[in-house]
Ligand binder design. Structure first.
Ligand SMILES: Cc1[nH+]cc(COP(=O)(O)O)c(CN[C@@H](CCC(=O)O)C(=O)O)c1O
Length: 306
């Protein structure tokens, strides 16, 4: 995955990949007290550009707040370091992973005396759910693991430790021969995927679960809502979707920085629609990738040049 990656930015310095280490008594390793972002840089017609960078950077700092975590760098410093790192790696497109965590200090739940460390890594990352997934769609299963509720962990924050919930759901799905999971919330309605938001198409209208369903407020989700509305679709972006509605949907698809727009062709072995990428999904996905390839003026503020 990291072939050819030489450098990582860590705590204000560019360091060699193999030197980007942390101590085994790092607070974040023991208690999951870290926050991160997943971002993509695309090789657009206007050159390499980071997609929705300002929104991702804002969410990075917001995610730290519930943990009293002061990220010891200004957004401008993180931004400059990220652009410089992409240039040093000579990548026209890449996945970008900023992470901030309570580092090496006295253990115990209170992280107060552990320093906050920050690192940024970039690497080429292709289709998250497999090369054929974007075209053919994926087979998914509803997980027996429920999404933790927003009353239990701030689901609008990308907390490293919270992702054990996603790991459990993803491991279960893959262990049972599916590509990905869909997780229900504690009410038993649809939340999202382990690392994706979810959209449902019914009678030509789009539905996506709202923040009250204990989901991450996905930036790709919001971008797809905007794109769909600009295409003239009615979008219900605060939907409650029952498990049964998954099976009777005309179309389903995931959205996410890593997943981009990935069609779902079956749920629990029930074919969705025609069992392949549906026409609305195809139009949304094609428009999404066209915007990434050659950003129209209307979307130019979605792109941060590298
Ligand atoms: C739980 C979850 N829900 C929705 C999304 C989509 O959010 P956005 O990227 O802002 O559209 C992601 C991103 N998942 C990231 C991490 C994936 C990983 O395996 O790590 C990502 O897509 O980068 C989630 O982790």
């Amino acid at each position: 995955m990291y072939e050819g990656v030489d450098t990582i930015w860590m705590d204000g310095e560019f360091v060699d990949f193999e030197d980007a280490q942390t101590h085994v008594l790092t607070h974040g390793l023991h208690y999951g007290t870290g926050v991160f972002e997943g971002v993509r840089c695309y090789d657009t017609a206007d050159g390499p550009a980071i997609f929705r960078w300002e929104e991702h950077l804002e969410r990075f700092y917001q995610s730290a707040k519930p943990y009293d975590m002061e990220i010891p760098f200004e957004p401008e410093e993180i931004s400059e370091a990220t652009v410089e790192l992409i240039r040093r790696e000579e990548l026209d497109s890449c996945y970008i992973r900023p992470v901030a965590f309570y580092g090496y200090g006295p253990l115990g739940l209170n992280p107060g005396n552990s320093p906050v460390q920050v690192a940024i890594a970039v690497w080429p990352w292709g289709a998250y759910l497999g090369e054929e997934a974007l075209e053919e769609g994926v087979d998914v299963a509803v997980s027996s693991w429920r999404k933790h509720a927003s009353s239990q962990i701030p689901t609008n924050a990308k907390t490293t430790g919270a992702y054990v919930n996603s790991v459990l759901a993803s491991l279960e799905a893959k262990g049972n021969g599916y590509t990905e999971a869909i997780v229900l919330n504690k009410e038993g309605n649809v939340a999202e995927g382990p690392g994706e938001n979810i959209f449902l198409v019914r009678d030509g209208e789009l539905y996506t679960t709202g923040l009250a369903e204990s989901i991450l407020d996905g930036i790709t989700r919001q971008s797809v809502v905007d794109i769909a509305e600009d295409l003239g679709y009615t979008v219900h972006d605060d939907a409650t979707i029952s498990r049964g509605e998954l099976y009777t949907a005309d179309e389903l698809f995931f959205t996410g920085t890593a997943a981009e727009v990935t069609p779902i062709r079956s749920v629990d072995d029930n074919e969705i629609g025609a069992g392949t990428k549906g026409p609305v999904t195809d139009e949304i996905q094609t428009t999404f990738f066209d915007i990434l390839d050659d950003p129209p003026a209307a979307y130019e503020d979605w792109f941060h040049p590298v």
